[in-house]
Design a protein around this ligand. Sequence first.
Ligand SMILES: [Zn+2]
Length: 76
Amino acid sequence: MDNLCPHCGWPDAEPYQVISRRLTRDSTQLSWVRCACGSLQMRQQPRGGEVSVLTRGRPTSDMSNLGNGHSELPSH
Ligand SMILES: [Zn+2]
């Protein structure tokens, strides 16, 4: 697995922060991982198998809003 986060380029192979892990009844490990940019991933790994990323969220709004002007703010 050599994918990179599409938001910040963090390698998927090196989880930035593992939030939770659990085993399902068929010994598949499900884990939630937070990326350096704040996006959440849900990963699945069958016993003895490859990790796959099931879903990937967006970066935290705080970070994506940095540097973006707020057009609704009065400018005068
Ligand atoms: Zn990221």
